[in-house]
Design a protein around this ligand. Structure first.
Ligand code: SF4
Length: 359
């Protein structure tokens, strides 16, 4: 079997008490059966404390205390479970987070979620086009996809990666070409015909169409069940300033040309994480939509920061990316709402979203 991972995957290490945003805050952490069995045998005073920190039920979870902190998270940001029983005692979610995995026949794709500030830092640590590395293992294949469909979706994704990495073109044009290609590739998948050789021509949007798409995207983001108060505040401010941000975005891009490659990395990363769901259901438009929406949404949030403070640091962008990732990539309901909207709401066709990214 082949394992694929982003080039920085093995460089990741949780920065624990140095993290400004501990991932043991604000989530409901499910405990797997093997960990429950381990915790049941833990001895002494800590064993008692550990069991008191668990909410039993069909799906046991760690209890949260004030500020939605995991009951085992100390004030200094360290985990009492690790301190008392070692890292090997962690439940699967805590041991693996923020890693994610996708399994497709004889391919396992691993990644690190952008909900984590250290992952965002690694993503932005190298401006050269984002690449992925492959390793072969003796692990058995999963045999969970139709091989012909998987090959077609993988080759469509390779074309998207190549288009996104083509720095001879402005980012907005690259995204538009990707969205147009994916729409045509979707027709090919539906008809059982070969993927298109060429990227179809796309018409540029009128200013009014762009304004409507920006407003529709910010409304969609604001309508989703919010993860936390920070998102509620950010998304409602973005929505209320939609016109102002739409007007300022071209100047923001012009004045921040030196860091626009970071949006290319965001697009490639979202395509990597979300496009291959098409290998199960044959639908690839919404995976492209998630990537285009991520670029435009983070750019609008960055633009708002830049307007308000007169500059945008890499840390500002990391904060915007991780908040967006937490809200949209970690709730099945929110992700599905977005995927549906790319089909159902005309203003949110991925080609239109891509057409709002300045060139
Ligand atoms: S967000 Fe990342 S760096 Fe921070 S505690 Fe979680 S895994 Fe560690």
């Amino acid at each position: 079997m082949k394992i694929v991972k982003p080039r920085f995957y093995d460089d990741f290490g949780c920065i624990a008490d140095k993290c400004t945003d501990n991932c043991c805050i604000g989530w409901e952490i499910d405990i797997d059966p093997a960990a429950m069995a381990r915790f049941g045998k833990a001895e002494g005073a800590f064993g008692e404390k550990l069991r008191c920190a668990i909410i039993n039920g069909e799906q046991p979870t760690f209890a949260n205390t004030a500020g939605e902190r995991c009951a085992l998270l100390r004030e200094d940001g360290l985990c009492e479970l690790v301190l008392n029983m070692g890292e090997d005692a962690l439940c699967d979610i805590c041991a693996l987070h923020p890693r994610f995995f996708g399994r497709y026949n004889d391919i396992e794709e691993a990644g690190l979620g952008l909900c984590c500030e250290e992952v965002c830092r690694l993503l932005f640590s190298d401006s050269s086009p984002l690449s992925f590395v492959e390793e072969n293992t003796e692990e058995p294949s999963f045999d969970n996809c139709d091989e012909e469909l998987l090959c077609a979706v993988l080759s469509a994704r390779e074309r998207v990666f190549a288009l996104l990495r083509d720095r001879s073109l402005p980012l907005g044009e690259r995204l538009r070409k990707c969205a147009a290609f994916v729409r045509a590739a979707q027709c090919s998948l539906d008809n059982g015909s070969p993927l298109p050789e060429n990227v179809p021509e796309t018409a540029k949007l009128t200013p009014n169409e762009r304004r409507e798409t920006v407003a529709a995207l910010l409304k969609l983001l604001n309508d989703g069940e919010p993860l936390n108060d920070e998102w509620t505040k950010k998304s409602s401010e973005l929505l209320s300033r939609a016109d102002e941000l739409y007007n300022a975005l071209p100047r923001f891009f012009e004045e921040n040309r030196g860091t626009l490659w970071q949006y290319e990395h965001i697009a490639v990363y979202f395509v990597y994480r979300h496009f291959l769901t098409g290998a199960s259901d044959g639908e690839i438009v919404s995976g492209m939509g998630l990537a285009a929406a991520a670029v435009l949404s983070v750019a609008l949030a960055d633009c708002m920061t830049w307007l308000d403070s007169g500059s945008l640091s890499e840390w500002d962008r990391i904060c915007n990316v991780k908040l967006y990732s937490k809200q949209t990539e970690y709730s099945e309901e929110v992700e599905q709402q977005m995927r549906d909207a790319f089909w159902d709401i005309p203003e949110l066709d991925p080609e239109k979203i891509a057409g709002c990214v300045p060139e």
